[in-house]
Design a binder for this molecule. Sequence first.
Ligand SMILES: Cc1cc2nc3c(=O)[nH]c(=O)nc-3n(C[C@H](O)[C@H](O)[C@H](O)COP(=O)(O)OP(=O)(O)OC[C@H]3O[C@@H](n4cnc5c(N)ncnc54)[C@H](O)[C@@H]3O)c2cc1C
Length: 289
Amino acid sequence: MFDSKMLTSFVIKSSLCKYSNMKIGNEATYLLAPLNVSDLSSIIIEANAQDLKIVPVGGGSNILFGNVGNRVIILDAYLPEIFIVNDKIVTVSSNMKISSFIDKAMQHGLGGLEFISGIPAHIGGAIHMNAGAFEKCIFDYISWIEYVDLEGKLKKINRKDLEFGYRTTSIKGFIVKAAFILDRKTKEKILADKEDIISKRFERHPYDYPSLGSTFKNPKGKFAGQLIEECGLKGLQIGGAQISEKHANFIINKGSATFNDVTELIKIVQKTVKKQKGIELELEIKVIN
Ligand SMILES: Cc1cc2nc3c(=O)[nH]c(=O)nc-3n(C[C@H](O)[C@H](O)[C@H](O)COP(=O)(O)OP(=O)(O)OC[C@H]3O[C@@H](n4cnc5c(N)ncnc54)[C@H](O)[C@@H]3O)c2cc1C
């Protein structure tokens, strides 16, 4: 069994609700926050030995927690924070918030990732999801990634050896560090680009309620939000969960949403879009249940 002495890590007795941007979740049997990479490896080795699945958690901006059973939920929050600049190459720990990374890099006259400004994600989660917006993705800037694999071994992989696509990557394990090759830009230009992106997001997305961003992936050549809107589902509410009036691909928590409210809405959307448009919408968010 996992305990704090064995792993010298934090074992947290707290609701998962705190670790998902959707503000939904119950207490987990195993919620761990390793203090260093060696602890992280030990946790993964132990999970493996007990045949338990691990779930890395970064910013929690794309995870919906249901009944997580005996999955081992591992937070990146207490791992050491790293930020090293060498010319245009910036090495950063996975637990750094995107916003902090952009701001820190800006102090060195380095930019490029402004297109994901305003996403409440961590670097590791953004890499795992290959986060993107405005026709760019985070992998455009990656040089290499360090991760602990599913056997607990620390590995480094170069971009050329990685497969990545629309919100997917081939990495299996817990990302701990990555190097980015950024662009030389003035602070003024970075700030202006960042503010422009953030204001576009605030205009289009429902930032006033908890959400997980886009619920569904865009099918080839189409926009999931548009399809959902055309099916007349905007504003549909079940319990405390609602298909946002502002952007139909966002499900928002109006205050008291439960896991079942959200998954019920997901099922209705998938069924309706399939029936009316003949298109299967694939989930972008990660449902842990
Ligand atoms: C308001 C809002 C706007 C958004 N806009 C966008 C957008 O424009 N573009 C976009 O792509 N996404 C967007 N998202 C979704 C989300 O921010 C991204 O998917 C982001 O990449 C998730 O990062 P995270 O750190 O929050 O990951 P989490 O939600 O913590 O985890 C997401 C997945 O990554 C895995 N993971 C997390 N950390 C690690 C790690 N260190 N190593 C390995 N796996 C890990 C988790 O197990 C899970 O499968 C938005 C979300 C919100 C709430």
